[in-house]
Design a protein around this ligand. Structure first.
Ligand SMILES: C[S@@+](CC[C@H](N)C(=O)[O-])C[C@H]1O[C@@H](n2cnc3c(N)ncnc32)[C@H](O)[C@@H]1O
Length: 290
């Protein structure tokens, strides 16, 4: 059965959405960004949308931020409960500001489930600025974080300090996820848990092209070989608009077939504060073995 997981990040709210945009509040900072899944009409009056301090406009070829008063606000911090903290900031051109708050049910899951006895190694592929990595480190996992973006990995390290997790065992790896996994298979390394949040399209640090429909199945085949005999967890999320949660489920069942356990799957969504309308944002599947 498809399961709907709702955003659980206390310092984030989705105020409204519609006309291909969303109005959001990140730890007191109100912003507007495009949202391809918001096909309906906004509920709040325009005056509420005009209170945003930053609007990301990607209607034109020169997509970028426009700030009220012309000046970008300073970087600020979003705390996830007392588990970890993330620095947020406006980047040139990109509409991403350092966090995907709809992933929060997965952070809560990781935080609320103790690391099973006799296991410790968790691999986080496409880890971005490290939210899931920090949740896992807080829960007691020894984490290997892989991402192709130098700024994202540097940002993740800063978030580790900001979260007072400096002493936590995290390996920050700047590499193409596919190449890293191929190499780990050759070295005979294994992991007890694997998280993957692959984009639809991306580039490795050496320009390697990532296309999810072409590259995810072979990556999962390598992940299958990287799962330790005691492995207990895999979480896959996909933002690709033409994918489905059943597709995520089928892929994870194929990857974990010989290990037993159980796959659950569904959507990640955020409820608007303006109404009773959940905005669907991502697809997920989770494999667990007790
Ligand atoms: C959707 S974001 C991940 C969001 C993150 N997991 C979170 O919840 O905050 C995708 C990430 O994949 C990275 N990426 C893109 N292509 C890659 C590749 N070939 N190998 C490794 N990472 C890649 C990007 O740098 C980006 O940080």
């Amino acid at each position: 059965m498809i399961e709907l997981l709702m955003n659980s990040c206390p310092e984030y709210s989705l105020l409204d959405s519609g006309n291909g945009k969303k109005l959001e509040n990140f730890a007191g900072t109100r912003i507007v960004r495009s949202e391809p899944k918001a096909w309906w009409k906004p509920l709040l009056p325009e005056s509420e949308w005009r209170k945003a301090v930053a609007v990301h406009d990607d209607d034109t070829r020169n997509a970028n931020w426009h700030f009220r008063g012309g000046k970008a606000p300073e970087p600020w911090v979003l705390n996830f409960r007392d588990a970890f903290s993330l620095q947020l900031r406006f980047m040139d051109r990109s509409k991403q500001i350092g966090v995907f708050p709809e992933q929060s049910p997965h952070w809560d899951f990781i935080l609320n489930h103790p690391v099973p006895a006799g296991t410790k190694k968790l691999l986080n592929l496409f880890g971005y600025t490290g939210a899931a990595t920090l949740a896992a480190a807080r829960a007691g996992w020894q984490v290997t974080h892989v991402d192709a973006s130098k700024p994202a990995v540097a940002w993740g390290r800063r978030n580790q300090e900001l979260s007072h997790l400096e002493k936590a065992p995290i390996r920050w790896i700047l590499e193409d996820a596919s190449k890293f996994c191929q190499r780990e298979v050759r070295r005979g390394n294994v992991y007890d848990a694997i998280l993957l949040d692959p984009p639809a399209f991306g580039r490795g640090p050496a320009g390697e092209l990532w296309k999810v429909e072409r590259d995810l199945p072979p990556l999962l085949e390598n992940c299958r070989q990287l799962l330790s005999p005691k492995a207990s967890l895999m979480i896959l999320t996909l933002y690709t608009i033409d994918a489905s949660s059943l597709l995520c489920k089928n892929l994870l069942e194929e990857t974990t077939r010989r290990l037993g356990g159980n796959v659950t799957y569904g959507e990640l969504a955020t409820m608007e504060t303006a109404g009773n309308r959940p905005l669907p944002l991502s697809l997920w599947a989770k494999w667990r073995r007790d």
